[in-house]
Write a protein that binds this ligand. Structure first.
Ligand SMILES: [Zn+2]
Length: 93
């Protein structure tokens, strides 16, 4: 599921690649849905928009998916942080 081409070789390279929260968010998104977003509820794909809180709103069924759902960020109040994303990537590997 992971796109190895963009997989950072080590933590230094990782830090260079993920400078902002958006970078982290986009990367998790790509890991979870490498072929584009698929709604976990209705299975529809590529019909969605992002809310202000960066929830992925399925325009077919109205389900709002979090990119961090099912990861260590899920259910926590922690913001997506660079070291945190690194842990997610290691975990998913
Ligand atoms: Zn849906």
């Amino acid at each position: 599921m992971i796109c190895n081409e963009h997989y950072p070789k080590d933590f230094q390279e990782f830090l260079a690649q993920f400078k902002s929260e958006d970078d982290c968010w986009n990367y998790i998104f790509e890991i979870r849905w490498p072929n584009g977003f698929v709604c976990p509820k209705c299975g529809d794909n590529n019909k969605y928009w992002l809310t202000e809180l960066k929830l992925i709103h399925c325009s077919s069924c109205g389900h709002q998916a979090s990119v961090t759902g099912g990861t260590i960020f899920h259910g926590t109040k922690h913001k997506i942080s660079t070291p945190g994303v690194y842990k997610v990537i290691i975990y998913k590997r």
